[in-house]
Design a protein around this ligand. Structure first.
Ligand SMILES: [Zn+2]
Length: 242
């Protein structure tokens, strides 16, 4: 598997918000501006056939209407599956009502987009990939998911946005490499992990590689100045080959 950490920043960071691409065709989270950013980086948007959404905060799904409208304007009927939390379609319709009234149905009728909403733990096979969703804890946002993606005996885990909870350990234990929320420069809170949580995880699982994401600039700075041997602080579009 080839995994690109396209975005590893928080909302306030100059880095793109947390978003990843697997093998050029699975997109994980759709933060504001990601579609144009992917195009600028040279990705072929037509190849994206599967999207995983971790949770319904704007920096994880607000570019979905623009992805859909882009397909509509380009007469692109490539099938695309969006695996997303329960309630996604309702919120998308609301976004369309605000920004592009009357267009949701028109866009859905002229494209080939399938939404697969899920509430809890689930396992979905998409082509050669086995995708497991896991409930994580992200403040008041429910449900919030992490994912583990398996292919050819290799696995990559994504925490989504989460506090340090037992499910994070499970994701790390079941993945060769894990991309984890490290928003904060020291301790975590009820919504996000911090550098000290990630340090604890790296010490606990020394044979595993961890990639930090969703970083405020202060968290990135602390981690760069205090390196941990099995922790990667990714630059733009950092590539991992598993
Ligand atoms: Zn969030």
């Amino acid at each position: 598997m080839k995994i690109n950490v396209v975005g590893s920043g928080s909302i306030g960071s100059e880095y793109m918000s947390a978003s990843y691409v697997i093998d050029d065709h699975i997109l994980i989270d759709v933060p504001n501006g990601i579609i144009k950013y992917l195009k600028r980086l040279g990705y072929d948007i037509l190849k994206i056939d599967t999207i995983l959404i971790t949770h319904l905060h704007g920096d994880h799904f607000f570019d979905l209407p623009f992805l859909m409208l882009g397909k509509y304007f380009n007469h692109d009927k490539t099938p695309i599956k969006v695996i997303c939390p329960y309630g996604t379609v309702k919120k998308l319709k609301y976004l369309f009502r605000l920004g592009f009234p009357y267009d949701f149905r028109k866009v859905m009728n002229s494209t080939n987009i399938e939404f697969i909403e899920h509430k809890g733990r689930s396992t979905i096979q998409v082509g050669d990939y086995l995708i497991e969703s896991r409930r994580v804890r992200h403040g008041k946002i429910k449900p919030a998911f992490g994912y583990i993606v398996h292919k050819d005996g290799k696995s990559v885990g994504f925490s989504g946005d989460s506090m340090y909870c037992p499910m994070i350990d499970k994701i790390v234990e079941n993945s060769d490499i894990s991309i984890l929320d490290m928003s904060l420069k020291a301790e975590g809170n009820r919504s996000h992990m911090g550098y000290l949580d990630i340090k604890e995880i790296c010490n606990k699982y020394q044979e595993k590689m961890i990639v930090a994401t969703h970083m405020h600039n202060s968290a990135r700075e602390v981690a760069v100045n205090n390196p941990i041997k099995n922790l990667i602080i990714p630059e733009e579009n950092y590539e991992i080959n598993l």
